[in-house]
Design a protein around this ligand. Structure first.
Ligand SMILES: [Zn+2]
Length: 395
């Protein structure tokens, strides 16, 4: 859904990644703190000190966001939810869940854990800053602590904006879900609320701009746009999950794909497969069993004159568990796997490793679009009949 991920470290079994957007944000934060915020709040220090304070402030903010996300993840794990890890991106982090929470109560506590953690951490930082002031610590040190205290409270407030998929939106959804017992309806309204708040923030940005407050205008605008995009993104995901419910991979599978024998030379692979078919990736098999995958990239690395000597087996790549599904796998799960691995297809294998077929993301997505179009002309996708219909077809 967002840009590229860079994996940083693993802690307590959760892998922490940053979205590339976070690198730009980190620079923007250090810059804003060193040239704007700290010189204004504590005037009279040298520029070098401001840069050190700005850098420490940015690292402290990074720590605070990780702390916030970990509290979500730990509560989620306690509630028995599988977590994919934590990704930091513009305006905070996302604790990635691979499934919906089991009940409204679980979602409520999971969502509110983050803001509570931020408030507690914020109070802690403020207390340390206050203590420092009392004890006569250097001004620069106290100011960084006080800034971190303030920013954690702000983080809690921002995340409590009632728009899905922010924490406040999840809290709202869990309450609506509890009231009506319908998670889809609750999600829709929690997302609409987020979209509306996003729109209000963009309007606020326009007013701020007209009033000459350019920095505030940029921030309001960015947050507003982010909220609207996030709401839209999770709406599409929800629709996709609902539309593909009960559809297994078998429906989209291309059986008997063009498989390459592991023992043929690369020259034959180039002539008989790459030139003949338009595929990006080919499965490599040995008497029906999936051994690996091979594509243009691997063939290109072998010099032309050596291609008749080298066999496909020597250049093929390993197929990870995440790139395999069975015919019973849910189509939505398959799409998520492809998303996570940034692949446009996955291989379908039997339980004993035999290659059965290939599924392309494009085929699932075009089915999704077609069904959405059909349901819209049918009086909206929320009709209960469509749900049972899709379950029946799969059976
Ligand atoms: Zn949160």
């Amino acid at each position: 859904m967002f840009g590229r991920k860079l994996r940083l470290f693993t802690l307590l079994g959760f892998s922490v990644s940053v979205d590339t957007s976070w690198i730009f944000l980190a620079i923007l934060i250090i810059w804003t703190l060193s040239l704007g915020y700290f010189p204004q709040v504590v005037p009279g220090l040298s520029p070098e000190i401001y840069w050190v304070m700005g850098t420490l402030g940015a690292f402290g903010l990074f720590f605070s966001i990780v702390f916030h996300e970990f509290s979500h993840s730990i509560v989620a794990r306690k509630k028995g939810l599988a977590m994919n890890g934590i990704t930091l991106f513009l305006f905070g982090g996302v604790a990635e869940m691979s499934e919906e929470p089991p009940n409204p109560g679980a979602e409520f506590w999971m969502a509110i854990a983050g803001p509570i953690a931020s408030v507690v951490l914020g109070i802690g930082f403020l207390a340390i800053g206050g203590l420092g002031q009392n004890q006569g610590w250097p001004l620069a040190v106290n100011s960084v602590f006080l800034y971190l205290g303030f920013i954690n409270i702000l983080l809690a407030v921002f995340n409590m904006i009632p728009g899905f998929p922010l924490d406040g939106g999840r809290v709202l959804r869990s309450i609506l879900w509890k009231i009506k017992g319908d998670i889809r309806w609750a999600t829709k309204w929690a997302m609409r609320s987020g979209s509306f708040v996003g729109f209000a923030l963009i309007a606020l940005a326009v007013f701020a701009f007209l009033a000459g407050q350019f920095v505030a205008a940029v921030w309001w605008f960015l947050i507003g746009m982010f909220l609207r995009m996030a709401a839209q993104g999770s709406y599409i995901q929800l629709e996709m999950r609902e539309t593909l419910k009960g559809e297994s991979v078998a429906r989209f599978m291309k059986p008997a794909p063009e498989a390459v024998s592991a023992e043929i030379p690369v020259s034959e692979f180039v002539d008989d497969y790459i030139y003949r078919y338009q595929n990006q990736v080919f499965p490599v098999v040995n008497s029906g069993h999936l051994l690996g995958k091979v594509g243009i990239e691997q063939a290109r690395n072998i010099p032309k004159e050596r291609r008749s000597w080298v066999r496909v087996r020597e250049i093929m790549q390993e197929v990870k568990e995440e790139e395999k599904v069975t015919t019973e796998t849910d189509a939505f799960d398959a799409i998520q796997k492809m998303n996570q691995e940034r692949q446009s297809e996955v291989f379908v294998t039997s339980l004993d490793g035999e290659l059965e077929g290939l599924v392309k993301a494009d085929d699932i997505l075009s089915f999704f679009k077609t069904r959405m179009a059909l349901e819209q002309s049918n009086g909206g996708p929320s009709k209960p009949s469509t749900k049972s219909d899709s379950t029946k077809k799969a059976g």
